[in-house]
Design a protein around this ligand. Structure first.
Ligand code: LLP
Length: 424
């Protein structure tokens, strides 16, 4: 009887054997399912909407192609992400550039590639963008990022008049900024943007934010600015442990659209196009990381450390944010197997615990561990700390599996090094 853990209908032990470990495995089918849930939810509400996948979660040429094929737009935050989209021949009118401190070079690139939109984060940037556009005889479509005074962190949120964030224009300064923008001929402000946080499970903070933003749109309309687009950012949470609740996109979009429509009719505002920017929700559950177990060390009566051949270099999130992950021993999936509580540690010269205290079947060196829901912000935030090469990324589609980012080599590790003349 086959007892190996199947991910997206693929035998993960066979994948580990074929491609080596550590290995990021991404399922195109799950990415498509996740995006389809959002598309269907908006369609059901008859909404005018756009989905901007937040590329920071996971971006490469193959990912751009999936997003392109799904008819979804792309949000990029740097010249590097913009270049990736360009190299994938992603339709540039569907690209929107973010960032709280865009460089002149990035703005020039955005103009040269003729991207769809820039999300402007400050008055300084608005002037800079206008000036560079003027030099290039270009008019850029712009949304203004607002700091709405709603901050959400997973289940909790706070609404406060006090705004302390490097992102966006504080609510109270927005009308002045629009007034100032009247003289800027090379920008065309079409909407407002905000983003209240990430890994949010509760709908309430999004709904409160929508209300704040619509009221602001109404005030701006009275000032003579009619805006057609409201971008509410990303942040839809994913289950961390296998049995955790997931963000209910269908229910959220139903509530959102009814809230938006109710408020708009109350304040006599045309219902704007609603934009969302899901990064984690799109790709988080579509990825796992496969590791090979090595050293197993028991400190009697204290803890059993199970070491894997990756660690904070391929998944810095536990170290950075105290993020929790779930895992499965891919070659030991029967519940009948003897269980024990262990701590999964990485291989870096650092106490890089990946998972503290998880119940697993009794493991031995050579077993394959699958860490779940690592699709977002894992490869994207990986590093070469300890000169460890980055793992490969394998993409699954149906019963096919292929490498989409090759494993780094030791040659890659020194490829950018140069010797000063006095050492040659
Ligand atoms: N839009 C904007 C403007 C954002 O700043 C972000 C995330 C997103 C969309 C996408 O958010 P998502 O849907 O993925 O929650 N490295 C952290 C996450 C940082 C998110 C920053 N901004 C992590 O690993 O948890």
């Amino acid at each position: 009887m086959m007892t190996n853990y199947l991910f997206s209908n693929h035998d993960t032990v066979a994948l580990a054997e074929k491609y080596g470990t550590p290995l990021y495995v991404i399922s195109e089918d799950i990415i498509r399912e996740n995006l389809t849930k959002i598309i269907n939810a908006f369609t059901k509400q008859n909404a005018t909407y756009d989905i901007n996948y937040a590329g920071k979660a996971f971006l490469n040429l193959a990912m751009c192609n999936i997003i392109k094929d799904m008819g979804v737009s792309l949000d990029v935050v740097s010249g590097g992400e913009l270049y990736t989209a360009y190299m994938a021949s992603f339709p540039m009118e569907r690209v929107c550039l973010h960032g709280s401190n865009k460089t002149v070079e990035e703005i020039k690139m955005a103009i040269e590639y003729n991207i769809g939109k820039v999300i402007v984060d400050s008055k300084y940037e608005l002037e800079l963008l206008n000036a560079i556009c003027e030099e290039h005889n270009h008019v850029m479509r712009v949304s203004i990022r607002v700091s709405p005074g709603v901050e959400a962190h997973t289940h909790e949120f706070i609404q406060t008049g006090k705004i302390d964030s490097k992102f966006g224009i504080p609510l109270k300064q927005v009308r002045d900024l629009f007034d100032f923008s009247k003289d800027l001929k090379n920008i065309n402000i079409i909407g407002l943007h905000c983003h209240i946080g990430s890994q949010i499970i509760d709908e309430e903070p999004f709904l409160v934010t929508a209300e704040v933003m619509l009221n602001l749109m109404k005030e701006l309309k009275e000032d003579g600015f009619s805006l057609t687009e409201l971008n509410l950012g990303g942040g839809f949470g994913i289950p961390q442990m296998r049995h955790d609740a997931s963000f209910n996109v269908d229910q959220y979009i139903e509530k959102l659209m009814s809230t938006v429509r109710r408020i708009c009719s109350e304040i006599q505002l045309e219902v704007p196009k609603i934009v969302v920017e899901p990064g984690r929700y799109t790709v988080g559950t579509a990825g796992i990381t496969l590791y090979k177990i090595g050293t197993v060390k028991e400190i009697p009566e204290i803890r059993k450390y199970v070491s894997v051949d990756g660690g904070m270099t391929d998944n810095p999130r536990p170290a950075l944010y105290g993020a929790v992950y779930d895992a499965i021993v891919a070659n030991k999936t029967l519940v009948s197997e003897e269980q024990e509580i262990v701590t999964i540690s990485g291989r870096c010269c650092e106490s890089d615990t990946l998972i503290k205290d998880i119940q697993l079947p009794k493991v031995e060196p050579g077993d394959i561990l699958a860490v779940l829901n690592t699709g977002a912000y894992n490869y994207a935030m990986s590093s070469n700390y300890n000169k460890i090469p980055r793992p490969a990324v394998v993409l699954l589609r149906g019963d096919e599996d292929e490498i989409i980012v090759r494993r780094e080599t030791y040659e890659d590790i020194v490829a950018k090094d140069m010797l000063p003349s006095w050492q040659k």
